[in-house]
Design a protein around this ligand. Structure first.
Ligand code: ATP
Ligand code: MG
Length: 398
């Protein structure tokens, strides 16, 4: 009996003219994710990608696990494939469904006939398949409202597909289909979640991180790299830009009014991000800012930071509270790393009483009292770049 995986489109199914481009991208992303699992043949039809092992020993369960994190997939089904002959399905269903129905008490049947030339109509298939399942597993009862297992039979163009498990996919749009953006990644809980949310909307998400050695440690940086590695599970490959920020922070400490330190620092971070966006072709900046979370995230402070940006700034967690953000962080597997207690450069030299309502004119005055442009260029020139590859050891670029 041949077992294959169906990856059914989510949002892409609703696309019109350019659907093909999205499908190509999804297929490419799927192939990359499964490259190390084994060899598969791929085909697509009827808003579904068919993933068929082309060798014995391809680990289907591992493939399903990986596919769960691929954006653009609405649902994943492991299926047995039969010729379009109802008796072949009935003959083999006992063997195929045995594992899935072990210890189960209730089930229901869903039948779908997208090949309208098939002689039985859906209600008839449903009825006869239900009887066949009951014959093979007499301990089962039917529960159409709240079944433990739904047994599905789909009569498609290429064959009859029998499955007992449908997994909800990651949803969203294929990574890369919306362009690419630069995530300001700190070691906290919020920014990896922000990256996840924008990757889900089809962006390639690469990361920029600011470090201030010796005030911030090597271990703090490694923690952020670990977050990057964890994010590849759903973002795919990630480029990581690590910016030396010590000299800028020292200059800020020595030359600017203390109460503006935080907002000026954030403006300078954004200005460096602008340069990378321009140089390397990113179309937006992403941050993990959440309104009112801390002094730098009040409306007047966000106004000042935002005004430094030359690209759209996406703040997908702006309206979420910490509990909601934490929930996603746990779901995507970055939480445990995020709570490791290492320092971030944001806390270096940060004033006890930052202005929560900085005045824009005063901020600009304070910033222009010192020539930061040269320091920005120097910091950009010293950026270290690493590439984090999905499922691979990390490789140094520079
Ligand atoms: P996180 O959002 O990761 O939990 P946080 O809660 O400590 O960080 P802030 O320090 O106020 O929040 O930072 C707000 C946002 O600024 C972060 O979400 C992140 O996008 C960006 N940011 C802060 N520190 C850094 C850093 N060292 N490098 C890159 N981006 C940073
Ligand atoms: Mg935060």
């Amino acid at each position: 009996m041949k077992e294959i995986i169906l990856a059914k489109y989510g949002e892409i199914a609703l696309k019109g003219e350019n659907k093909n481009t999205f499908e190509d991208m999804l297929l490419r992303n799927i192939k990359r994710r499964l490259k190390k699992v084994g060899r598969f043949d791929y085909s697509r039809k009827q808003s579904t990608i068919y993933i068929e092992p082309s060798e014995d020993g391809a680990d289907i369960d591992e493939a399903v696990r990986r596919l769960k994190n691929v954006f653009g997939i609405g649902a994943i089904q492991k299926c047995a494939v039969f010729p379009k002959d109802f008796s072949a399905v009935v003959q083999n269903l006992g063997e195929y469904l045995a594992d899935a129905l072990e210890g189960v008490k209730t089930f229901k049947i869903e039948a779908k006939r997208s090949d309208k030339t098939f002689p039985m109509k859906s209600p008839e298939i449903q009825q006869q398949l239900g009887d066949a399942v009951l014959d093979a597993f007499p301990h089962l009862g039917v529960d159409v409202h709240n079944p433990e297992v739904t047994v599905r039979l789909e009569i498609r163009d290429n064959g009859a597909y029998l499955s007992a498990e449908r997994i909800i996919g990651a949803g969203g749009m294929p990574v890369g289909s919306s362009g690419k953006a630069l995530l300001m990644l700190s070691g906290g809980i919020d920014s990896p979640v922000a990256g996840y949310m924008m990757a889900k909307r089809g962006l390639v998400v690469d990361c920029i991180h600011y470090v201030s050695p010796p005030y911030t440690s090597e271990r703090a940086r490694l923690k952020v790299e670990k977050l990057c590695e964890e994010m590849t599970e759903f973002c795919g490959d990630i480029i990581f830009y690590c910016v030396p920020f010590t000299e800028i922070q020292e200059a800020l400490r020595d030359n600017c009014p203390e109460q503006y330190f935080t907002v000026l620092m954030r403006r300078l971070m954004v200005k460096i991000a602008n340069k990378i966006c321009e140089r390397d072709g990113y179309g937006a900046i992403i941050t993990g800012e959440s309104l009112a979370q801390v002094a730098s995230q009040t409306l007047p402070a966000l106004y000042c930071t935002n005004a430094a940006a030359e690209f759209p700034v996406f703040r997908p967690v702006i309206g979420m509270d910490k509990i909601e953000i934490t929930e996603i962080s746990r779901k995507i597997g970055t939480y445990e790393t995020s709570i490791m207690p290492y320092e971030d450069c944001c806390t270096v030299f940060s004033p006890k009483h930052p202005r929560t309502k900085p005045k824009f004119d005063e901020v600009i005055d304070a910033e222009s009292s010192f020539d930061f442009d040269k320091m920005i260029d120097e910091a950009v020139a010293k950026i270290e770049v690493k590439r984090f590859k999905y499922g691979e050891e990390t490789v140094f670029l520079d």
